[in-house]
Each structure stands twice: as structure tokens, then as C-alpha cells.
Design a protein around this ligand. Structure first.
Ligand SMILES: Nc1ncnc2c1ncn2[C@@H]1O[C@H](COP(=O)(O)OP(=O)(O)O)[C@@H](O)[C@H]1O
Ligand SMILES: [Mg+2]
Length: 381
């Protein structure tokens, strides 16, 4: 199935994100195709050419000058960094349009739009899955930093790391080796969730860690009794102890993600501002609908958050425009910029709100926290 290929590619791409050597290899590859295009975008950032006031450099072009992906739009898309802080400004007229961003099927769009905007009051406690089966779109970054920003607003927040890669765990300063229990023990061994919850250096912010054991759960769950509802039942033990529970879902639509969705009131979908932004979204929305009709009637998509917005590229602006046109008020006003500080923070085991409290990334996640919570009255604490 084509979508499986896409998934495999995304996962490969995701792993590449965490390995410098891998990243360099992708970068050196001049061939056309979606994965290298995406990796090269990341390179632009990690190579120090971000919107944090760093001057764009010619090195952003492919090594051999060959076009990449759909006609190599990125090579023409680096604009004057002076416009970096004004993402709404009109792009330079000379830049070519990228073409229509591939969109999800109309019926999936219609189903989501039909639910309308989200201006109803927020009632706590809330369990929110951060889900998108694409890897590297900012799920973990959003779970950690939105969680930290909500905790700053004095909400009690629990982040559940549901990805075997355990990036949310390490990104919050918890070492896999030093933990008493993990989400694997909660799901597979019925361990009490409280026994597996770790405090973080941020007040009001807690995490249920994950480690590589969790990779086995995807298969071990298959024959298990009520396998889709393991997490939901576990979370019932701590209902009311936290205002927000954020579930960092893995980059797949397997049983772990289904457990996340079945345990949630809402879903937040991070969308990376790149050409394939909307690819796979139809499938995700269909899965949400399936979980809703079979397991969890309360489930809804709360919102879509645009991540890794690079104001120097016309592509990012175009993706934002199209996503807003498709999803209207479902899209948060806050757009998370692509910044080096956000990508550096996890290596210090800190949310960006702590690592660089006044950075643009920290400010964006604080704004997002305000949009998500809308001043709702605290329940816990
Ligand atoms: N706004 C951003 N600016 C710069 N880098 C980012 C940003 N958001 C995420 N990243 C980086 O991109 C990579 C993928 O993000 P991540 O949150 O792990 O995605 P996912 O959980 O969807 O796989 C990580 O290396 C992360 O540090
Ligand atoms: Mg992740």
C-alpha cells in the first residue's frame, strides 16, 4: 500500500532526525524524492540558518545544484531574513508558487469542518492526544513544550510518552535508565500509573516515561483482552489529578495510537509547514472517526497546530494559507516557528520555555497554551 511506504519513509526520516551522521548522508544525496527534501529542510535549520536573526547562506542550495523534489522549489524559496519576524508579509513577487499542496480527501475535510470551530468553553480535566502518523512533524516537541507552558499557567499537567523512542521522556530531563516503571508497565502489566509517574524540573509538570520496551507492546497487545482500552482504564485511576493530560503518540496508526485516541477527549494534530503537510491527514481523520464510533464517542479533533514555520520560505506561507482555507477555525492562530532553540532544548533535557525562556519558540508555545486552555478554571492541585 502506498501509504505504508509513505509511513516507512517518514519513520526512516524521523530516525534520521536524531542522528547527525544520517542527516549528513541525506544531505549529500542529490536524488529527487520526498524524504531527502524533508531532511534537507531540517538541515537548513540545524546548520544554523534559521530565522533567529541568522543570515541565510548560499549553502542551503543542494550540493550539486540539482533540483530536489517537486521542481526544487526550496532552492528558490530562501528570502531575505529581515522578513523573518513578519510571516504574514507578502512574499517576494519573483518567487514561483509551489503548486497546490496535496490535500486530504474531501469527505475527511468535510467531516472535520462540520464540527465547526472551537469556541465553546474549555472544561477540565482534559486528556489530549498529540497525534499524526507522520514522523518528525513536531508531536513530541508540542507535547513537551505545550505541557510546560500549561504548567507555567499553573495547571497540573501529565505528559504520557506513548512513543517507544522515548523522546518526550528524555526531552523532559528523565533518563530511561533511572525510572521505576514506564508506560509499558502501565499498559502491559497493569502497573498503577502513579507508580510510574515522574516529576520533572518544571513545577506542575509530570511525565509517564517510555523506553524501547514499548516497541514490543504494539505486537504484545494484539491478543490482549480489551487491547484498545488499556490506557483509558489506566488513566481512569488518576482522573481529576491533572488538569491536562497530553499523550505523545508514536508515528503510526497502530494499537498504541489507538490506545491514545481511545483514552482522549480531544486530538491536537501538529502539521509541519512543508510540501507534504496534509499527506496522510485523511487517514488520520478516518482513524479518529473509527475510534469515535467504536470506542470513544467523546473524541473530537480540538485543533491543528502549524509547526516549524520558516518565515523565509514562500512554501511555509502557502502551506499556512491552504491549511487555514481547509480547516478554518480548527487551526490555532499561534504558529510555531522553526527555531534552533526549540531543536536544542531536548538535548539539555529542558522544555524551551525553561531552556530559553524569552525565545520566540518559548513565546509561541505560551501563546498556544493560552489558546488551548482559554483560561479554564483549574480542577486539580
Ligand atoms: N519548531 C521547531 N523548530 C526547530 N526544530 C523543531 C521544531 N519542532 C520540532 N523540531 C525538531 O524536529 C525534529 C522532529 O520533531 P518531533 O517533535 O520529535 O517530531 P515527532 O514527535 O512528530 O516525530 C526534532 O529534532 C525536533 O527537535
Ligand atoms: Mg515524537
Amino acid at each position: 500500500m502506498a501509504s505504508d511506504d509513505a509511513l516507512a519513509q517518514n519513520q526512516a526520516g524521523n530516525q534520521g532526525n536524531s542522528q547527525e551522521g544520517q542527516r549528513r548522508r541525506w544531505f549529500g544525496r542529490g536524488s529527487a524524492g520526498p524524504a531527502p527534501t524533508q531532511e534537507r529542510e531540517n538541515d537548513m535549520d540545524l546548520g544554523g540558518t534559521t530565522t533567529e536573526g541568522v543570515v541565510a547562506e548560499a549553502g542551503n542550495a543542494p550540493d550539486d545544484g540539482s533540483p530536489v523534489g517537486a521542481g526544487g522549489p526550496e532552492s528558490a524559496s530562501v528570502v531575505d531574513p529581515a522578513s523573518a519576524d513578519a510571516p504574514t508579509e507578502a512574499p517576494l513577487a519573483s518567487e514561483p508558487e509551489v503548486g497546490t499542496i496535496p490535500a486530504p480527501p474531501p469527505e475527511a475535510l468535510a467531516a472535520l469542518r462540520a464540527r465547526g470551530g472551537d469556541d465553546a468553553p474549555v472544561e477540565l480535566p482534559l486528556v489530549i492526544s498529540i497525534a499524526n502518523q507522520k514522523g518528525g512533524v513536531g508531536k513530541t516537541t508540542t507535547a513537551v513544550n505545550l505541557g510546560a507552558a500549561l504548567a507555567e499557567l499553573e495547571y497540573r499537567v501529565l505528559v504520557i510518552d506513548l512513543d517507544p523512542q522515548g523522546n518526550a521522556t528524555t526531552g523532559m530531563g528523565i533518563s530511561h535508565r533511572n525510572v521505576e516503571g514506564s508506560i509499558y508497565d502501565v499498559i502491559m502489566n497493569d502497573a498503577p500509573i502513579d507508580d510510574c509517574t515522574e516529576p520533572t524540573t518544571v513545577k506542575n509538570l509530570f511525565v509517564v516515561p517510555a523506553n524501547i520496551d514499548l516497541a514490543g507492546a504494539e505486537i504484545e497487545l494484539v491478543p490482549a483482552f480489551s487491547r484498545e482500552l488499556k490506557l483509558r482504564r489506566a488513566l481512569a485511576q488518576v482522573a481529576g489529578s491533572y488538569d491536562f493530560t497530553l499523550i505523545d503518540c508514536p508515528p503510526s496508526l497502530g494499537l498504541l495510537t489507538v490506545n491514545g485516541l481511545a483514552a482522549s477527549d480531544d486530538v491536537i494534530v501538529p502539521i509541519q509547514c512543508e510540501y507534504y503537510a496534509l499527506e496522510g491527514l485523511g487517514q488520520l481523520l478516518r482513524n479518529v472517526a473509527l475510534v469515535k464510533s467504536n470506542l470513544n464517542p467523546a473524541l473530537d479533533v480540538r485543533g491543528i497546530v502549524l509547526t516549524m514555520y520558516d518565515a523565509r520560505t514562500k512554501l511555509a506561507e502557502q502551506v499556512e494559507r491552504e491549511v487555514r482555507a481547509h480547516f478554518g477555525s480548527k487551526v490555532y492562530r499561534t504558529v510555531v516557528p522553526r527555531t534552533v532553540r526549540i531543536s536544542e532544548a531536548p538535548s539539555f533535557g529542558q522544555p524551551v520555555t525553561v531552556f530559553d525562556s524569552t525565545s520566540r519558540g518559548a513565546l509561541a508555545y505560551r501563546e498556544l497554551a493560552k489558546e488551548v486552555s482559554r483560561g479554564a478554571a483549574r480542577r486539580s492541585g
